[in-house]
Write a protein that binds this ligand. Structure first.
Ligand SMILES: Nc1ncnc2c1ncn2[C@@H]1O[C@H](COP(=O)(O)OP(=O)(O)OP(=O)(O)O)[C@@H](O)[C@H]1O
Length: 261
């Protein structure tokens, strides 16, 4: 099957006062349709920069990529129509209701009012937000709020959903709920999910396949089990040890795998 996300030599160099910074030095990717891909790497590895390029927020300085067949360089508008993006901190207005947020988003995608309203209810059902439709966005819990961010990103039924650290700051229960939800979106709608995370337990539990980046290039890729076997010494190795063997560093300065409280 053709890859739904494909990148070849994708690169980004920033010009700074102290000289060029090669944030991403050549990333090759092939993500299959319906796959949940975990994009991992130590701090400064180039994850966010790659995500921002794939979602057209940042222009590459080298290489090429397509999302659902749309070329990043020649058809950025096409890429945006097939992509949904949830940044690390969402931008919802705390004073307006969940329903209004969702309807407004639908209207921004030019849905007529009745359709925007029906879509809002459908999204609320998919994201377990129905009982909060008439609550103000500012009164949602962290997990509910993250689900609203995802619902908004799915308004136009994108084929690919990009999530930047979707569970950072959530309690263990809300994190597990969000994992179930992401799996359900994939199972019910065939949505391909590309997510960055610092949490190895999340990568292990949620991702079908992992791409580990280090210093702006792909250091290793495979299913969590294949990576453990190849780099961690055995299929029973922890992903933490595997990650250390690949990059020589931890995935984050602290708190890589929060435990349930
Ligand atoms: N606008 C910029 N100008 C200069 N350097 C930048 C810019 N944006 C990112 N960088 C540098 O590029 C490198 C990669 O950054 P990026 O944010 O993509 O890493 P990351 O893997 O997402 O890190 P983290 O896990 O800490 O979020 C870092 O060295 C960063 O300092």
């Amino acid at each position: 099957m053709a890859a739904v996300i494909s990148a070849a030599g994708l690169a980004r160099t920033f010009q700074t006062k102290t000289g060029p910074v090669e944030a991403v030095r050549g990333i090759d990717l092939a993500v299959r349709e319906g796959e949940i891909l975990g994009f991992l790497g130590p701090n400064g590895a180039g994850k966010t920069t790659t995500l921002r390029m794939l979602t057209t927020l940042l222009k590459p300085t080298g290489g090429a990529a397509t999302v659902a067949g749309r070329d990043l360089a020649t058809d950025p508008v096409g890429v945006r129509t097939v992509s949904g993006y949830v940044a690390q901190s969402g931008g919802v207005d705390p004073q307006i209701s969940v329903r209004e947020e969702l309807v407004t988003q639908g209207r921004m995608y030019r849905l007529p009012r009745a359709q925007a309203s029906a879509r809002a209810e459908e999204l609320a059902r998919d994201l377990d937000l129905t009982e909060f439709l008439d609550r103000k966005a500012g009164a949602l819990s962290g997990g509910q709020r993250r689900r609203l961010d995802i619902a908004m990103a799915l308004t136009h039924r994108p084929k690919v959903l990009f999530l930047d650290e979707p569970t950072t700051g959530l309690d263990p229960g809300s994190r597990a709920d969000l994992w179930d939800l992401v799996r359900r979106l994939r199972d019910e709608h065939g949505t391909t999910v590309f997510l960055t995370t610092h949490y190895l337990d999340e990568a292990d539990a949620l991702a079908d396949r992992l791409v580990i980046v280090d210093r702006g290039t792909v250091a290793a890729e495979g299913t969590p089990s294949a990576l453990k076997l190849r780099h961690g010494g055995s299929i029973d190795a922890t992903l933490q040890d595997t990650f250390l063997a690949i990059t020589g560093r931890g995935p984050a300065p602290a708190d890589p795998a929060p435990v349930a409280v």
